[in-house]
Design a binder for this molecule. Structure first.
Ligand code: NAD
Ligand code: MLT
Length: 323
């Protein structure tokens, strides 16, 4: 989609490369002191983006656009990359630092939506809701194949107890689940205060009936949940990933489901996205959504407002809130 072309050179050129909430970028639209030239061009190939980026001062993205070293090198006037969301794994941070480009994200705006989506996925997984829905839509009234399990009194293992992991735990306790969590920054005192158990990764995956991951994708968390971890899990464990593809080893998850160790998985994210032809999606035990964790009206508005305000703050004061 193209709405306007960059022509002015005395403007601060803000280039929006992924679809963002129009209400969320309202602060940029109504800003009058800074001479912002806001351009929206989504769905560009890397080559098209490189060809368009030389005059750009601010590049604003969600997760679709991969802000590579090549793109950053071609962006000769780039001062700031804004990420309307949490994960900055689609941005080459090392290249940005080398080129003196600041990266800001919106760490809080989609926490609630991502936590709600995680609970929706866990419940859907426990009760086979997508599979039963599909069957019924195809005219099949099948009550026998879709006997589920309750959440009450089950143990939820949370790996990564930051903003979203914590919100998921609150909601799981509302479902009367027991919660055990691992996070390098989770203290005994905090765990006690929240009424949950603190464990190591191994203790968490061993104890859990449901396991949900909420870490960033980092070298240390890539394939954190792999065949060694599946081997020590309970039989019929159920796995949820609404964080990042690659935290769970996809091949090992596939094998663990086929071997009958894992009863099912609910996946919102994949190593390669879009994941329309993924091997895991061929398994009836796998339910999935196309990276919808933050896709609510509220979250999209909130993250776009946060990052828009940070852009304005940067050009007015030289500082940002979430570097
Ligand atoms: P956060 O930074 O608040 O929390 C992440 C937590 O992971 C931190 O507490 C950190 O200490 C912990 N952590 C880091 N390394 C770890 C390790 N090796 N083992 C265990 N824990 C580790 O982030 P958040 O807002 O809670 O987001 C969590 C994840 O969800 C991110 O990957 C983010 O990109 C993703 N996310 C996905 C969607 C979606 O649309 N599906 C939406 C929002 C966020
Ligand atoms: C995030 O990290 O914030 C999520 O992946 C949501 C997104 O921007 O798509």
């Amino acid at each position: 989609m193209v709405t306007k072309t960059v022509t002015a050179t005395n403007f601060i050129n803000v280039f929006i490369a992924d679809p963002l909430s129009e209400d969320g970028i309202f602060p940029l639209r109504q800003e009058t002191e800074l001479n912002l030239n806001v351009v929206i061009e989504t769905g560009l190939t890397p080559e098209q983006l490189i060809a368009r980026i030389e005059d750009v001062h601010v590049l604003l993205v969600r997760s679709q656009t991969k802000v590579t070293r090549e793109i950053i090198a071609a962006a000769k006037n780039l001062k700031l990359i804004g990420r309307a969301g949490v994960g900055v794994d689609n941005i080459d941070l090392a290249a940005a630092t080398e080129h003196g480009v600041i990266v800001v994200n919106a760490p809080d705006g989609n926490t609630n939506s991502a936590a709600e989506h995680t609970i929706a996925m866990m419940t859907s997984l426990a009760r086979h809701i997508p599979q039963a829905y599909n069957a019924l839509k195809n005219g099949v009234w099948d009550r026998k194949s879709y006997v589920g399990v309750e959440l009450k009194n089950k143990t939820l293992g949370v790996v990564g107890f930051g903003r979203i992991g914590t919100e998921v735990a609150f909601r799981a306790k509302g479902q009367r689940m027991n919660v055990i969590a691992y996070d390098p920054f989770l203290t005994e005192e905090r765990a006690k205060e929240l009424g949950i158990t603190k464990g190591t990764v191994d203790e968490v995956v061993q104890a859990a009936d449901f396991i949900t991951v909420h870490t960033p994708l980092l070298p240390e968390t890539r394939n954190l949940i792999n065949k060694d971890k599946f081997a020590i899990m309970k039989n019929d464990v159920r796995i949820i990933n609404c964080a990042r593809g690659g935290i769970i080893d996809e091949e090992d998850l596939y094998n663990a489901i086929v071997e009958g160790k894992v009863a099912g998985a609910a996946l919102d994210v994949f190593v390669e996205e879009p994941a329309t032809n993924h091997k895991l999606l061929t398994l009836p035990q796998v339910i999935a959504t196309p990276h919808l964790g933050a896709s609510t009206i509220e979250a999209q508005e909130s993250v776009a407002v946060d990052v828009s305000n940070d852009i304005i703050k940067f050009f007015k004061t030289g500082t940002v809130t979430n570097p």
